[in-house]
Design a protein around this ligand. Structure first.
Ligand SMILES: NC(=O)c1ccc[n+]([C@@H]2O[C@H](COP(=O)([O-])OP(=O)(O)OC[C@H]3O[C@@H](n4cnc5c(N)ncnc54)[C@H](OP(=O)(O)O)[C@@H]3O)[C@@H](O)[C@H]2O)c1
Length: 279
């Protein structure tokens, strides 16, 4: 199956920067009509200008996805402006890097609020409109929801515990809805990036106290992940692990989970031993 996104209205969360912004640009280049959202009004204004310059219709709906009113306003605004909704890409996310034993309740809640509850509610709000998109299509169009989770949603990675919990929840929801939404004609797709070199990634971490070495400089370029998100939508890829490391963790978990666990634990032992050796 191949989706032609030309003239289709796609709502993208987390579009102000990073992966979401690049997904918007790529979809605009393919002729999609875009509703974009995030909290930063100025970044969204620049983005919509860029999208219109590419030659497509675009509208920004700034809002905080952790607020129920904002979520409703974003979906209602999209409907009022474009008259329909043909696809939803849940890309907004936050991350916390550090050991769980020294984390705080508000961090756990914040990560779950943005990465899971907000995405889940956006799906709930979008579902009747996506169903209508399927029912009224005369050209075989199948609407889709693309959830940008993380390989942390398939494997618990030390020092990213809150992130892993939120993404596991999103992965579970995605899998359940994939079956449930079949009767509405909506495909529910999953993208699992590894470590991505997004714009000022470290600046936006809720907490940056992890001791395990993460090679941010050598991480995947966000454009590669954006390309995978668009590919997932266009080619209807049910689940896609993006990048070399992500793919190996994904594959390793299925084929030889003990080996992957051994290497992860060895990494933790190494830093714990180093820490103990320091005066
Ligand atoms: N970067 C990585 O290493 C990595 C790895 C695996 C998975 N991912 C996932 O990929 C997705 C995109 O990540 P990214 O690297 O592009 O991150 P990013 O550059 O930090 O972008 C995050 C986006 O989410 C928006 N956002 C955050 N909190 C929000 C809130 N409360 N309400 C509305 N919007 C909010 C931000 O916009 P505002 O700040 O303007 O609101 C921004 O547009 C996330 O779901 C992330 O978990 C990232």
């Amino acid at each position: 199956m191949r989706r032609d996104v030309r003239g289709r209205v796609i709502l993208i969360t987390g579009a102000s920067r990073g992966i979401g912004r690049r997904v918007a640009v790529r979809l605009a280049q393919q002729g999609a009509i875009l509703a974009v959202t995030a909290r930063s009004e100025t970044d969204l204004a620049t983005l919509t200008r860029d999208l219109r310059d590419i030659g497509t219709e675009a509208e920004a709906f700034p809002g905080d996805l952790t607020h129920a009113d904002d979520r409703q306003r974003i979906v209602a605004g999209t409907l009022a402006r474009f008259g329909r909704l043909d696809g939803l890409i849940n890309c907004a996310g936050v991350c916390s890097f550090g050991e769980f034993s020294t984390s705080r309740e508000e961090i756990v809640r914040k990560v779950l609020e943005v990465n899971f509850f907000a995405a889940a509610d956006m799906i709930r709000l979008a579902t009747p409109h996506l169903t209508r998109s399927y029912e009224t299509a005369t050209d075989g169009w199948k609407p889709a929801i693309v959830n940008v989770a993380s390989i942390c949603g398939r494997w618990g990675i030390p020092s990213l515990s809150e992130h892993c919990a939120s993404k596991h929840a999103l992965v579970g929801l995605t899998e359940a809805l994939r079956g449930e939404f079949e009767r509405f004609g909506i495909d529910v797709l999953l993208v699992l990036p590894g470590l991505v070199r997004s714009d000022d990634l470290q600046k936006h971490l809720l907490r940056n106290e992890g001791k395990i070495y993460l090679n941010f400089a050598g991480a995947q370029p966000p454009d590669e992940v954006a390309a995978a998100v668009v590919r997932s939508l266009v080619k209807n890829r049910v689940e896609q692990a993006v990048g070399f490391v992500s793919w190996w963790v994904w594959f390793g978990k299925r084929m030889f989970p003990r080996v992957v666990r051994f290497f992860m634990q060895r990494k933790v032992w190494k830093f714990a031993r180093r820490e103990r050796a320091q005066p």
